[in-house]
Write a protein that binds this ligand. Structure first.
Ligand code: SF4
Ligand SMILES: [Zn+2]
Ligand SMILES: [Zn+2]
Length: 333
């Protein structure tokens, strides 16, 4: 089959949802246009932004970093080593190798050194790994962004991730989550750093094809903690629908993002500054996780913005500390 765009080269990527098939060069163009269109439509990034790209070693985040660099954005990568046996080392290797190939050195946070490797921390406090991981990652995204004077944090969530989350929120009528779900979470004065998901218009298959054809080497294994993730069930269900009715995913998500949708607030209405502002306040917060409203105050322990006395990260650390000292006390009896 010939490429639908140049009509010369052989097509390498078949995209039924777009009624198209492209050769590698035309696919690169198509993919980058999808991403830049997604950024432009929702005003995710502005000129002068310093973008902190959260890279896990997987395809989505490395492809995101690749596209943003090629599009001329000022970016740095952040890798959080979760302390998961084997998997974290392999992921780090991929991130370092990719970064080196682009002349970059990523910022690395090692949770083992911070005293909170995810599997052990989760066991200590008898919580699900993903729940601990979410709190810890949010904390470091914001902290590293503030320390490095970044104006925005970008993550590699794609259309499959976003629609799976949307389906889950709808099935459980999570009205609060639905109101806030959006590829743009605006920063808050005295609160959060802006967070964006520039890959919201591209599917997992398209992202994987881009990574593969570009020769980006990424970890293909899933995080071993993700086995029970319900999001995989929603992804599977949506994939079956997409197979039968190509294009359903993007229609589903774009319809949800429509400003007239009463289920949503309109974060895109929040102003994005031309020049990146940098406030000391862009430090750390659990405001997003808790979904509260009002004016955040500084965490009594670490100074991060929070609506409670101490932020969820400090509360988690305190629970871990207590659990460990009880364990030690029991062990010495
Ligand atoms: S699957 Fe869970 S533990 Fe693994 S990276 Fe994702 S949130 Fe963290
Ligand atoms: Zn072509
Ligand atoms: Zn705190």
């Amino acid at each position: 089959m010939k490429c639908k765009r140049c009509r010369r080269a052989e097509a390498a990527v078949d995209l039924p949802s777009h009624h198209a098939a492209f050769c590698p060069d035309c696919f690169f163009l198509f993919f980058r246009r999808q991403v830049t269109e997604g950024i432009r439509k929702l005003r995710l990034l502005a000129p002068g932004d310093r973008v902190l790209v959260c890279v896990s070693g997987g395809k989505d985040s490395l492809v995101l970093w690749d596209v943003l660099m090629d599009e001329g954005y000022e970016t740095e990568g952040l890798f959080i080593d979760l302390g998961i046996d084997g998997y974290s080392d392999r992921s780090k290797e991929k991130v370092l190798a990719y970064a080196a190939s682009r002349g970059k050195t990523p910022i690395v946070v090692e949770l083992a050194k911070e005293g909170i490797p995810i599997p052990e921390a989760a066991r200590c406090v008898r919580m699900q790994e993903c729940s601990v991981c979410g709190t810890v990652k949010r904390y470091f995204f914001n902290r590293v962004a503030a320390e490095g004077k970044f104006t925005v944090v970008a993550t590699g969530h794609n259309l499959d991730d976003e629609t799976a989350r949307l389906l889950g929120n709808l099935l459980h009528w999570q009205r609060g989550h639905l109101a806030r779900q959006h590829p743009l979470l605006p920063g808050e004065e005295g609160g959060l750093v802006r967070k964006v998901k520039p890959l919201w218009r591209v599917s997992e298959v398209e992202t994987a094809a881009y990574g593969f054809l570009k020769g980006i080497d990424y970890v293909t294994e899933e995080c071993p903690m993700s086995e029970d993730a319900t999001s995989l069930v929603y992804k599977e269900a949506l994939s079956r629908i997409e197979d039968r009715m190509p294009g359903t995913r993007i229609v589903f998500y774009q319809g949800f993002l429509d400003p007239s949708n009463p289920l949503r607030k309109g974060p895109e209405a929040a102003p994005i500054p031309e020049e990146a502002p940098m406030a000391d306040a862009l430090r750390v917060t659990d405001v997003e996780a808790e979904g509260d409203t009002g004016t955040p105050r500084a965490c009594a322990a670490c100074g991060a913005p929070t609506y409670t006395e101490t932020c969820s990260f400090c509360r988690l650390k305190e629970r871990i500390r207590k659990a460990r000292s009880m364990r030690t006390a029991r062990g010495s009896r």
